[in-house]
Design a protein around this ligand. Structure first.
Ligand code: AHR
Length: 526
């Protein structure tokens, strides 16, 4: 985990040049800046296969308060819940539609024994959570509880199987326990534990970060193990191989060469760390424009990783059978001051929302391979969509980015050409080469065309002229401060507002405020 981030940062060639005068939230320049002039040419032709709804997927690990407190409050809690899962959080997540949840880790998964999480809750063993603070893991949430969570959310289950510290037999028995309709002892044990009907488990991860916390394996060894572990999976399931997270092409190359026939998907992990090192990742709030730029540059860097991975996959699998799952992505900042070490709690600002929007746009450009992605993580951990504090809950700017992009689920991306200047002084000073604007256009499942625009520049507005029939109607997410966020004292400080652009002869004109995301329904390309 640590090495992966350090190596990725090294690859980004980040430059210095902080602009100390312009701290987050500093007043904008007195004279309004002239807008950046951007031209967008959209074609009615599809740019690729549909945007799988599962690229808007989630990840919930036994880490900090990601599960306990954030999602699960237990059946004895005074916080309103349904069979232990808190109603406020579940309702908020249902509003944005959760297609898939990956669980129980992360690094936690390769130290997880599924047998610890079945049977009467009062009799389950307490283990130590070795990766995340050595805190006691009560195993109150296990297989039955997690499958109840995904049923409440209407999501698919993506189970991360333990290849690091358990046997192939244990993995195949877990799958049998969950999915068998037979009279086998494992299926009967599930029935005794309260679940008669088998569950549907669509996705199964074979290990996590095998290069690191999943066992420190060489890819050659991992490829052999992967083949061994999938041998006894006699239930139809999407077999997901742990791939790369350190920017090492040779890992994907070796796994595809040696085990490509025995997997249905391979993973990429990609974290956006604004700071220069693991020790100095940068704070979630109160950052300078340089750190704004570094974060957005880092987020856009996922495109180069996906392209490099896709090229390797194309060589080994020209038919495109094996999918690429970016099953961990998001921002990783310094922990919230005063929070428990190892809990990875961080605030979430407008900057995180732009990271999410830029990442979605990249996924839309790579639909031939990218069929799933899982934000790290769902609640209270890293780039969370929801933060909780006891009975209180708030929705983060990242939640609103997921909400704005809902029309893109299942939509068909359209070809586009974007002529945009690179952005302003801060971009130049900090050595970050960034476009002023990024865009994605797609035809939704109902046939309507949707346009997403991101103005990356924190100071300059943008005027986008597009060959699209108007009017445009949708929503905008922006704020005066780069680190605008929601807090428990002001939980609604940053929310989307209505955005419209009238129909005009000679093309639609959209006026984007600085540092903004706009998602609008538009007319046909002309
Ligand atoms: O999401 C936090 C951690 O990041 C995961 O447990 C691990 O897989 C990755 O390094």
């Amino acid at each position: 985990m640590k090495t992966s981030i350090t190596r990725l940062l090294a690859g980004l060639a980040l430059a210095g040049g902080a602009n100390a005068l312009l701290a987050a939230g500093a007043p904008a320049a007195a004279e309004p800046l002239a807008p950046a002039q951007v031209r967008l040419q959209v074609s009615a032709e599809a740019a690729g296969p549909v945007i799988e709804p599962t690229v808007y997927g989630h990840f919930a690990e036994h880490l900090g308060t990601g599960i306990y407190g954030g999602l699960w409050v237990g059946t004895g809690s005074t916080i309103p819940h349904t069979r232990g899962w808190r109603n406020d959080v579940i309702q908020a997540l249902k509003r944005i539609g959760v297609p898939v949840v990956r669980w129980p880790g992360g690094c936690f998964a390769d130290d997880y024994d599924w047998r610890d999480g079945i049977g009467p809750r009062s009799q389950r063993p307490v283990r130590l959570n070795k990766f995340w603070g050595m805190v006691p893991e009560p195993n109150e949430v296990g297989t039955h509880e997690f499958m109840d969570l995904v049923e409440q959310l209407g999501a698919e289950a993506y189970l991360a199987g333990n290849m690091g510290s358990m046997t192939p037999r244990a993995l195949s028995q877990w799958l049998e326990y969950m999915t068998s309709d037979s009279r086998s002892s494992l299926a009967e044990e599930r029935r005794r534990n309260g679940r008669d009907k088998p569950w549907k488990v669509k996705y199964l991860g074979i290990g996590n970060e095998s290069w690191g916390c999943g066992g420190h394996m060489r890819p050659e060894y991992q490829a052999d193990l992967h083949r061994q572990y999938v041998t006894w999976l006699h239930t139809p399931v999407v077999r997901v191989a742990s791939g790369d997270g350190e920017g090492r092409d040779e890992v994907i190359d070796t796994l595809m060469a040696r085990a490509g026939q025995d997997m249905d998907a391979i993973t990429l992990h990609y974290y956006t760390v604004p700071g220069p090192s693991w020790e100095h990742k940068g704070s979630a709030l109160g950052f300078t424009p340089e750190y704004w730029a570094r974060a957005l540059r880092g987020a856009m860097g996922i495109e180069a990783r996906i392209e490099a991975t896709r090229r390797i996959m194309d060589r080994h699998d020209p038919a495109g059978r094996v999918a690429l799952y970016v099953d961990e992505w998001g921002t990783w900042h310094d922990p919230e001051p005063g929070s428990t070490p190892g809990f990875l709690q961080q605030q979430n600002s407008l900057r995180d929302a732009l990271v999410a929007a830029l990442t979605f746009n990249v996924f839309h450009r790579h639909t031939t391979r990218v069929k799933m992605a899982n934000v790290a993580q769902m609640v209270n951990v890293l780039q969370a969509l929801v933060l909780t504090d006891g009975p209180r809950m708030l929705l983060t700017p990242t939640y609103h980015a997921f909400d704005l992009y809902q029309p893109f689920k299942g939509a068909t991306p359209l070809k586009l050409q974007l002529q945009t200047p690179r952005w302003g002084e801060i971009g130049k000073e900090s050595g970050q080469d960034l476009p002023a604007v990024d865009a994605s256009v797609a035809r939704a499942t109902d046939g309507r065309v949707w346009l997403a625009l991101v103005n990356l520049d924190p100071q300059r507005p943008a005027r986008v002229t597009a060959n699209l029939a108007g009017p445009a109607e949708g929503r905008l997410l922006t704020a005066a401060a780069m680190d605008a966020h929601n807090s428990f004292s002001q939980p609604h400080a940053l929310e989307p507002s209505r955005f419209e652009a009238p129909a005009a002869s000679g093309g639609m004109v959209l006026e984007l405020p600085p540092k903004s995301i706009v998602v609008v329904r538009v007319g046909e390309p002309g």
